[in-house]
Design a binder for this molecule. Structure first.
Ligand SMILES: [Zn+2]
Length: 297
């Protein structure tokens, strides 16, 4: 069991995938999170979206959306990246994306999650797996899945060195349970087989309304608290908002947060107190995942 700062009983955050997001369609979610004192992580695309891309949505190139994102940052939300745009990017575009992110947001992002089938995704597809790699690659070839090359130095999509220079955390496996500490106790972890990523983090599946609501059921919240666990929901806030079934008018689920000592964290600052790189907790204690990428199949 982890110990948290200020005797908090568990850690909770949300990483919001930016697919389909506009200032209008996700603002209500952020208003609610903000009212509840929650400061989570919002991913963005720094470069304009293109029609060929999988899933549209706004980018930092849209002035109205940019001011919404900067307002979130002022409130204490963390701004992270979700590739540079909704479609493949060459190394040159990735470089431009980092520059735009820094120009518009004020600093480089610390956290990243691969987007869909972008060719420049890092350690994605078969490369995610250590033991079933060959089997997966064979299946993927039959299914017509492309290869992902962000970590391949010979590729024109290579940006692994930039990832290592600028980013601290990259999302890998997503689990159904509420407590990541049970499957991934050394998170965030470094995987020597994937050296271009400093640290990986896992997350809990909240990818649609149903999974989001199931994940945040009262039972699961109580379990997270009892187990003094860690939960980072991978969510698409844009999908949750229209129905918002898990927060009916009395806002049952999130309201509980105010009464039960959630450790509400600004995204990946959540790792701060027990991150591998902090001097109080040396790398060896939490850094190399004993379970690493082996349990996330
Ligand atoms: Zn996405």
């Amino acid at each position: 069991m982890k110990s948290f700062p200020d005797n908090k009983s568990f850690a909770f955050s949300i990483f919001d995938d930016t697919d389909l997001s506009t200032a209008d369609n996700v603002a209500p979610v952020y208003r609610l999170l903000s009212e509840l004192g929650m400061r989570t992580t919002k991913s963005v695309w720094p470069l304009a979206t293109v029609v060929e891309g999988k899933h549209g949505g706004c980018s930092l190139q849209d002035p109205e959306y940019l001011s919404f994102i900067l307002h979130l940052q002022d409130l204490g939300f963390e701004i992270a990246m979700h590739n540079m745009r909704n479609h493949h990017c060459s190394r040159e575009l990735v470089q431009r994306g980092f520059a735009e992110f820094r120009r518009l947001v004020g600093q480089y992002p610390r956290a990243h999650a691969n987007h869909s089938r972008n060719r420049e995704n890092l350690y994605w597809g078969a490369a995610r797996f250590r033991f079933l790699k060959l089997l997966y690659a064979l299946g993927a070839r039959f299914a017509g899945e492309r290869s992902f090359e962000g970590h391949v130095p010979e590729s024109e999509s290579f940006w692994g060195d930039l990832c290592h220079d600028h980013l601290d955390y990259v999302r890998n496996f997503v689990f159904r349970g509420i407590n990541l500490d049970r499957v991934n106790p050394t998170m965030p972890y470094h995987d020597p087989a994937k050296p271009l990523v400093k640290y990986w983090f896992s997350s809990c599946d909240g990818s649609d309304v149903e999974s989001f609501c199931n994940l945040l059921s009262r039972r699961n919240q109580e379990r997270l608290e009892r187990e003094r666990g860690v939960c980072i929901v991978y969510a698409f806030c844009v999908r949750i908002r229209p129905e918002w079934r898990c927060a009916p008018p009395d806002r049952t689920y999130f309201t509980r947060a105010r009464t039960t000592e959630w450790l509400v964290c600004a995204g990946f600052r959540a790792f701060g107190p027990f991150a591998a790189s902090t001097p109080e907790r040396p790398h060896s204690r939490y850094g190399i995942g004993r379970y690493g990428s082996t349990l996330g199949l």
